[in-house]
Design a protein around this ligand. Structure first.
Ligand SMILES: [Mg+2]
Length: 392
């Protein structure tokens, strides 16, 4: 039978690994990237040595320091992380165009067309990422996205240890359900903490128990999701790896390393996303007249809302203003946010109308053109716009 070869890649303690490259003396030490302990700062990524001491991401920094006074605190540098992330994604794209980036440090690849064993492909990718960026990465390999992702989580846990796991966990074709069977139900997608709790109360603790549970019972308790989680428990997942190849829209998104409720943090991230998005649109000479905002909450509920504009746009500030308006209209403040995305679609190719000369908007356009040129020439660090400088 023909089966797919799907790889899930996840960089190990990504932010920490980047910091360690800059400062090798951090190696094997308990350290964390996070906000200030005096404010409401939280840990966004922690080294494996720190994890051993009970530190985890999303923990308030002050609490982490109480728990572990020797913890070394490093402040985050998101631009640096984005650059490294892009390097990694470019390497993945060299292996296959069937690539789906799901966050700053995670992606799925469909390598069915590569005539090599899946394990060997994952190893090649791991070595290439290490060689070209110095970053450690782990891999899950299976016939679908669901099992590849869980295999990766599982492989990393198995490694334990004080340092980066660099795991490669393969689940052979036909062995998907067997592999999942002994694992805890909360390792499945679609099973959040609430669902897991409810399943456990009903005696369903392992994935095998879920796989053999009565479907009517599951549908009665969990609605449509009941059937979905049962299929997942059987290791069935037919979703394709969806590459963003076709240029119907340009989107940019960011998964927080922990769930965020602070509006200032969300808006400042949206500003950065708008800047990246604007710069990509202008590079491709595209202007779009629909703006979409994607909000994914802590429980993976995802909401996409859009507005149509009367004229096409490609400028950071204008993208941000529209995106902010959409976000403020639709955000459920009680729900912490896991991912935020902005995209622009409905493209009109080419330059602006001449009639717009000498308006403020046109001046901004000219400024952005110079800005983009300098950035391409000298890199992100040399030139920063006012709004970005304040943040750093
Ligand atoms: Mg990671």
């Amino acid at each position: 039978m023909k089966y797919r070869k799907i790889i899930h890649m996840d960089l190990d303690a990504f932010f920490c690994a980047v910091e360690e490259l800059k400062n090798p003396s951090l190696m094997n030490k308990p350290f964390a990237v996070g906000g200030s302990p005096t404010g409401r700062g939280v840990i966004s990524s922690c080294s494996y040595a720190a994890r051993k001491l009970g530190i985890h991401s999303a923990m308030p920094t002050a609490q982490a320091l109480r728990l572990c006074p020797e913890l070394i605190l490093v402040s985050s540098r998101h631009r640096e992380y984005s650059q490294k992330s892009k390097m990694v994604m470019d390497i993945l794209a060299d292996f296959t165009p069937r690539l789906e980036q799901i966050s700053v440090d995670e992606a799925f690849l469909d390598v069915s067309d590569i005539q090599k064993e899946s394990y060997a492909i994952a190893l090649d990718i791991q070595l290439k990422i290490d060689f070209e960026t110095g970053l450690p990465a782990s891999f899950g390999v299976s016939t679908n996205k669901l099992v590849a992702k869980i295999a990766n989580d599982y492989g990393k846990k198995q490694k334990g240890g004080n340092t980066y796991p660099r795991a490669i966990q393969v689940v052979e074709p036909g062995k998907e359900a067997d592999f999942l069977a002994p694992l805890s139900v909360d390792m499945l997608w679609g099973v959040g903490p609430k669902t897991a709790e409810k399943l456990k109360i009903n005696g369903i603790k392992t994935i095998s128990a879920l796989a053999t549970a009565n479907e009517d019972f599951l549908i009665a308790h969990f609605g449509k999701n009941g059937k979905f989680i049962k299929n997942n428990a059987l290791g069935i997942d037919t979703r394709p790896v969806e590459n963003s190849g076709e240029m119907k829209s340009v989107s940019q998104e960011m998964t927080f390393e922990h769930d965020i409720s602070d509006i200032d943090v969300i808006l400042s991230e949206m500003k950065l996303i708008s800047e990246k998005l604007g710069s990509r649109l202008r590079k491709k000479n595209l202007m779009g007249s629909t703006v979409h905002v994607k909000i994914r909450y802590f429980d993976f509920k995802t909401l996409t809302r859009q507005i149509s504009l009367s004229s096409p746009i490609d400028q950071d500030g204008i993208i941000y203003d529209h995106a902010k308006r959409i976000f403020m209209d639709h955000w459920n403040q009680k729900m912490p946010v896991r991912l935020i995305g902005i995209s622009v679609s409905r493209f009109t190719q080419g330059e602006k109308q001449l009639s717009l000369w000498d308006t403020g908007e046109e001046k901004e356009s000219k400024f952005l053109k110079v800005y983009d040129t300098l950035k391409n020439k000298y890199g992100n660090e040399v030139i920063k716009k006012g709004s970005s400088i304040q943040k750093d």
